[in-house]
Design a protein around this ligand. Sequence first.
Ligand code: SAM
Ligand code: SF4
Length: 482
Amino acid sequence: MNYYHKYQAEFMEYDAMAQDFIDDDRIWAQLHKAASPSKAAVREVLAKAERKIRLDPEEMAILIQNQDQETINEMYVLANKVKREIYGDRLVFFAPLYISNKCANNCRYCGFRRENKKVVRRTLTMEEIADEVKTMISEGQKRTVLVYGESPETNIDFICDSVRQVYKAKWGNGEIRRANINCAPLSREELAQLKEVGIGTFQVFQETYHHQTYQEMHPAGTIKSHYRWRLYAQDRAMDVGLDDVAIGVLFGLYDWRFELMGLLYHTIHLEEKYNGVGPHTISFPRIEPAIGTPFTAQPKYAVSDEEFKKIVAILRLAVPYAGLILTAREKPEVRREVIPLGVSQIDAGSRIGVGGYRQSTGNMLPDKEQFQLGDTRSLDQVVYETCMMGNIPSFCTACYRAGRTGEDFMAVAKSSFVHNFCIPNAILTLKEYLLDFASEETKKVGEKAIEQYVDQMADPKRKSFLRQALVRMEEGERDIRL
Ligand code: SAM
Ligand code: SF4
């Protein structure tokens, strides 16, 4: 059977639909209507955002179209405030693990696309996965996202086996406690299998919400060319009870203003259909140069650093309870600038070549990479800097392991839960990192950050629990969590 026909029967469900929830003309009409908004109109939207209520498309359009520097600055200040109120000073850390770069698709922007002869193809064996994971754990990682191309070699049975292998690997006191998945859209049957092996978040990026651009980027005859199969990937996951889903856009394929509206419409669609449960996280990668991939050299819609700042701040305000993921595709100086505008998760110490954790020196393995990383610093260096910036690095996986996902997670995210649970859990997991993996310099700044946070805790019961837990950890106990 031609691989393209794999999901032919399932495609029919979507081909029969008169329309999907992305209406290109309506989005452009909303953006045009909001052109050059007054200061008063912008401030009205900011006042709603301050109450941490999800914005409507017309309101997001006003923030997108605003050109007035004074109110743009007000938006940045507010985005930082909302971030701190909802997430505290926490920054959750993870690292990707590239399992396979074999791919039957031909996405014009991706180094892994089928026709790219410059990339050496490889799928990790189960033993190699164990080796990669042990190296990651030895560097201090606790959370990962597993990344796969779309090929018969990485079918659902292989994906499930690889997840089991990741959870099985141990090194010293460490293990991976949460494996998220970034793979091609799957059928409901396949997603049910994935739920069984205990994945964290199921991520699929739409790449571009603009229908015509989508077809231009994804050649006909590839599975990926089916826009709606991808657009409803999260629905299918929710349908089988995999209620922790993530969405994203690859910025640089089409106009960033349209794509932001697409992300919001996707969020609203999920919230309306699934009892208020929207995406757990949103990703907003920018196209990076990839070997053998001329499209990436000068994409027409490349997003500038200034626009990128706006994208992060607008998302923070429009979808206050969705986690925002900033990847190491971005350079350290960009990361420093946009993290305060609303980012809640970053990767660090990442290697994106297949087999990269064990093999690469200086984090580079260009002939097996999908694109080039902008931030190649070690996890330890980024943890150090994060503490110096006044944030707490967190390796927490407590909610997912306690079954607080989907509706349950939304309920806790919208309360003071973050301050009562997430911050203490961040402190406990940072302590583990410092005890087992950190350099001397990082230990010093990390211990100081922990001391300050524990000192500031208002609730005496929680404070005393934390102090005792920290001592228990020094005596050898691990994985203490609330
Ligand atoms: N093959 C699966 C898919 O396409 O959904 C998942 C893995 S793919 C390697 C993960 C993501 O990498 C894609 O969804 C895309 O957004 C991103 N990506 C592809 N090419 C890129 C590039 N040149 N620069 C930055 N990100 C890229
Ligand atoms: Fe394959 Fe995903 Fe790359 Fe497209 S983006 S070529 S589907 S790995």
